[in-house]
Every structure is written in structure tokens, then in C-alpha cells.
Ligand binder design. Structure first.
Ligand SMILES: NC(=O)c1ccc[n+]([C@@H]2O[C@H](COP(=O)([O-])OP(=O)(O)OC[C@H]3O[C@@H](n4cnc5c(N)ncnc54)[C@H](OP(=O)(O)O)[C@@H]3O)[C@@H](O)[C@H]2O)c1
Length: 362
């Protein structure tokens, strides 16, 4: 049995689902791939649980239960942090691994943090592997980010399309000498939901409120409405395709104006009603042309756009969460990947698939 130590940074919705899937998948991983994942560390923003031999499944269950109740992964560690003002930094956590003589470690970044690059770099320097669900390092300045593309010991399937095999498909196209001409997609399940509510005549502010109430948006819905997360996703695909694009190369339409950026969340939720009329006019204008509005990303070698676009209502693309690749081989008829968008279980499954892939190659 190949024992693979795993450091999990982030224990939110996706992190908890991943820990559960690791536990539930134990016998499958043993019989199918002769792999055992030893979760040696789980960290959240405040605390760390560390066990060099791997946390037991009961301990992992306790961590999941604690997080579901809004508690830290390690209440004792949190208390120590309050006393000493210190929780080991993520760099410290990576350093614990060679100190414990761990080899072939997989470090998983399922935080939503910016600035994880030094942690990723340290892990790579030790010869460890990295799986990212967090897009920010891949979508940072190209100078830093380029190291992470096509790296033998990095996987990031979940950064685009949740668990759908989007990255794997693009990698196969590139490995088989296809040339990518254009990438298009509806890359946000949250914005897809809001657009479908608009089709049904729901006011924009109400659609946002419903999406928030259903837990589809970030706690601050402007994180979704601003379009930057979609921009990061399409940028990752474009960079994989060989285009060293930067943020400025991609025009992003925010669905709220700059003057609403500084409002508190409750104030923004109220103020959003001011956007209803203009949005209704756009929906109606699209409908008059037989179209629906969809928040769409389009990218090619020289850049692209992210924003609302009118799509013929009878096109399958109007009802699909899809990503399309127009390539040398798939030119007249682009290659489409569609299906259920991201959710924590799908995303965690994408992370786990990456871990298995890396472990198989060790
Ligand atoms: N949710 C999805 O469907 C989905 C789909 C695709 C990709 N993703 C990506 O996956 C990542 C995780 O998503 P999520 O929904 O699980 O987010 P989340 O619920 O906000 O969880 C983030 C976790 O990261 C922890 N964290 C924050 N700062 C940290 C630090 N410096 N070191 C270690 N941990 C830290 C947080 O700690 P606390 O618990 O203490 O706050 C929390 O446990 C994000 O990058 C997201 O964009 C998510």
C-alpha cells in the first residue's frame, strides 16, 4: 500500500467535503489504486490539527463536525493562539513535513486566500505535490503564475467547472497538438441561476436576494456579481492554452456600479433595487430578439470579455452550464462540456481525483 501524506489548507465547504470523501473512499483507494491518504494536517484560518502518522477517521469526523458547528479545526490550538498570539503559519506547516521525515506529500490549497504563492513554492521546493481549488495563485501576475502551469507536480482540476473534467480535457487537446482558437463559457453557477430568474420575470435585486438566501452566493454577493471569479477561471484556461494574459487583457462587466462597492452587505442588498429597471430593459430588449441574457466569458489569444451577452433562447447554450473550446480540430463544431455546475461535493471530487492522479505517478 502506498501511503501518501496530505496537508489540507482550508476546511470550509469544499475542505469538509474532501475530508469526508477521503474517509468514505478508503477501501476504494486501497483496492483500486493501492493508495492510502494519510491526512497529516488540516488548517483553517485560526488553527491547525497536526498528526504526523495521519489523523484517524474519527478525528477527521470530529473536525468536520466542529467546522459544521462554526468551530475551529482545533479549539485548543485556537486557545493557544489567543494566549501566544501565534498559530503556525502556512509556511511553518509545510516545514513541519520534512521535519517529520514525510515524503511524497500532497499539499491541498482549498482556501480562498490571495498570497498563497510562497506556500506553494515551498512545497514544490521540497519536492512535494500541490492540488489547488483556489484560483488566485494561478490567476495572479504571469511572472509568478507561469511556474504553476504545466507543472508535473501541480493539479488544479477544480479551479474551473468544479468537478467537470474541463482542465483534463483542455490538457488532452494540448497534449495531442490541437490548437485552441477560442474559449467560451458560462462559468458561474450563481450568475447562471440569477440569469434564469431574470428570464422568469424576477427583478434583479430579488434574484440576487434569492441566490443569497439559497446559499448560492458568497456571503457578500458582490464577490459573484463583480465577475472577477469568472475572469480568473477563463484566464486560467487561456493561460493553459498558451496565452500569457494578464487581468487588463480581459474586460469584466460588473453587475453593480462602483459607487455600491463600499456599502455594507445589508445596505447593498437594499440599494440593488435601483438596478432593477435597467436590467429589466436589457432582459426585455434581448427577449424582443428571441434571446436571453447569460453571463458569459469569451477569450482568445489577444484577450476577451466577461459579461452579460444575449444568447438565442432556443440555443442549447441558453440552458446549459457549458464551456466550449473552438480548436483546430473542433473548429466548425466546438467541443462542449456541460452539466451540473460546481458545488462543494463536485469540487471536492475534482480535488480528490487530482490527488489520486498525483499519487499514482509517485
Ligand atoms: N464552493 C464551490 O463550489 C467551489 C467551486 C470551485 C472552486 N472553489 C474554490 O475552493 C476554495 C474553497 O471554497 P469553499 O467554498 O470551501 O470556501 P470557504 O467555505 O470560504 O472555506 C475557506 C476555508 O479556508 C480557510 N482559510 C482562510 N484563510 C486561511 C489560511 N490563511 N490558511 C488556511 N486556511 C484558511 C477558512 O478558514 P475558517 O473556516 O477559519 O474561515 C475556511 O475553512 C475557494 O478558493 C473557492 O474559490 C469552490
Amino acid at each position: 500500500m502506498k501511503r501518501v501524506p496530505v496537508i489540507v489548507l482550508g476546511a470550509g465547504g469544499v475542505g469538509q467535503a474532501l475530508l469526508r470523501q477521503i474517509v468514505d473512499g478508503r477501501s476504494l483507494h486501497a483496492s483500486r489504486n493501492k493508495i492510502q491518504f494519510d491526512v497529516v494536517a488540516v488548517a483553517d484560518s485560526n488553527s491547525l490539527r497536526w498528526e504526523s502518522n495521519g489523523l484517524t477517521d474519527i478525528q477527521l469526523g470530529d473536525i468536520i463536525a466542529a467546522k459544521k458547528m462554526g468551530m475551529p479545526v482545533n479549539p485548543e490550538g485556537c486557545r493557544q493562539k489567543r494566549l501566544t498570539g501565534k498559530r503556525p503559519s502556512n509556511l511553518d506547516i509545510i516545514d513541519f513535513a520534512p521535519a517529520a521525515e514525510l515524503k511524497n506529500v500532497i499539499v491541498v490549497d482549498i482556501t480562498a486566500q490571495a498570497g498563497m504563492e510562497p506556500v506553494i513554492d515551498r512545497a514544490l521546493d521540497y519536492g512535494y505535490s500541490v492540488v489547488m481549488a483556489n484560483k488566485k495563485a494561478l490567476a495572479g501576475p504571469w511572472d509568478t503564475a507561469q511556474l504553476y502551469f504545466n507543472h508535473r507536480r501541480i493539479r488544479h482540476e477544480s479551479t474551473v467547472g468544479g468537478g467537470q473534467p474541463v482542465i483534463a480535457t483542455l490538457r488532452t487537446l494540448l497534449d495531442t497538438n490541437d490548437v485552441i482558437h477560442e474559449i467560451e463559457g458560462q462559468l458561474s453557477g450563481t450568475l447562471g441561476y440569477i440569469c434564469q430568474q431574470l428570464d422568469r420575470g424576477v427583478a434583479f435585486s430579488q434574484a440576487v436576494a434569492q441566490a443569497k438566501a439559497n446559499g448560492y452566493t458568497e456571503p457578500d454577493p458582490r464577490e459573484d456579481l463583480g465577475g472577477r471569479d469568472v475572469m480568473r477561471k477563463v484566464m486560467i484556461l487561456g493561460r493553459m492554452a498558451g496565452w500569457p494574459l494578464e487581468e487588463d487583457d480581459i474586460g469584466v462587466e460588473s453587475l453593480y456600479p462602483a459607487e455600491m462597492a463600499a456599502l455594507s452587505v445589508p445596505k447593498f442588498m437594499k440599494a440593488a433595487a435601483a438596478l432593477d429597471e435597467a436590467m429589466r430593459e436589457r432582459v426585455d430588449a434581448a427577449a424582443a430578439e428571441g434571446c436571453v441574457l447569460r453571463y458569459t466569458a469569451v477569450l482568445s489569444q489577444n484577450g476577451g470579455t466577461v459579461g452579460l451577452k444575449a444568447i438565442p433562447a432556443d440555443s442549447p447554450l441558453a440552458n446549459l452550464k457549458y464551456i466550449s473550446f473552438r480548436t483546430g480540430r473542433y473548429n466548425d463544431e466546438p467541443l462542449l462540456i456541460g452539466g451540473k455546475g460546481a458545488g462543494v461535493e463536485m469540487t471536492a471530487a475534482g480535488v480528490l481525483g487530482d490527488m489520486v492522479d498525483l499519487a499514482r505517478e509517485m
